[in-house]
Design a protein around this ligand. Structure first.
Ligand code: PLP
Length: 223
């Protein structure tokens, strides 16, 4: 018997090009539904709060081939826990945090995959680098050798039109391209983490490689 969740997963998956990684955002989703998604084939799950994630990961320990992605704003006092419990951190949003993660990663002997979170448009509600600051910080980021910097993550501001959202995604891709062409030794730029339930089709058109989908797979949170 197929549940609505596995049907939704199959429907969304059929829309994604094979090159796009589907990351199921399981924040506020109980572990029984995470298991349903796992049974439907999902192996990438994302959480945005460390404490909630660690509690659920403990209940899901038997699903040992899950890759966990952290997508929330990370306070530096939780950085070590993030490194211990997540293989990917999409939301590295400032230089200090990157440097802290790099030091801690060395201490505990991990080398996480990370994305650098950028704000293409000003957005007081989101953290992240603005473009000039990110470009200025690249020489130092290139020295964070315990981080495997994979690409850029972005969240468009709320309330944009589709063309405006498209512009944000296209400019993010162009920025990744520009950084790639600078040939840094320790900064890879082959990934883009962009696209949520409301805008993932636009992100795919703009060439994203990872979509972070919650509501469209699991339903409204708290509903
Ligand atoms: C919650 C969240 C998502 C998923 O949002 P939906 O609209 O439910 O798909 C994706 N990315 C981040 C950073 C989030 O916090």
């Amino acid at each position: 018997m197929s549940s609505p969740i596995s049907e939704r997963i199959n429907t969304v998956r059929a829309e994604l090009p094979p090159s796009v990684r589907l990351i199921a955002v399981s924040k506020q989703v109980p572990t029984d539904l995470i298991r349903t998604a796992y049974t439907a084939g999902i192996r990438d799950f994302a959480e945005s709060r460390i404490q909630e994630a660690i509690a659920k990961q403990a209940e899901l320990q038997d699903l040992s081939d899950i890759t966990w992605h952290f997508i929330g704003h990370l306070q530096s006092n939780k950085a070590k826990k993030a490194l211990e419990n997540f293989q990917w951190i999409h939301s590295v949003d400032n230089l200090k945090l990157a440097q802290r993660l790099n030091e801690l990663a060395q201490q505990i002997d991990v080398s996480p995959y990370v994305c650098l979170q950028v704000k293409i448009l000003p957005d007081p509600n989101k953290s992240g680098w603005n473009v000039p600051q990110l470009l200025a910080d690249l020489p130092i980021l290139n020295q964070c050798k315990n981080l495997q910097i994979q690409g850029l993550m972005t969240i468009p501001p709320l309330g944009l039109t589709e063309p405006e959202t498209m512009t944000v995604f296209n400019r993010t891709r162009e920025l990744a391209q520009k950084i790639r062409e600078q040939n840094w030794t320790h900064i890879q730029m082959q990934h883009l983490s962009m696209g949520m339930s409301g805008d993932y089709k636009l992100a795919i058109q703009a060439g994203t490689t990872m979509v972070r989908l919650g509501t469209i797979l699991f339903g409204e949170r708290g509903a």
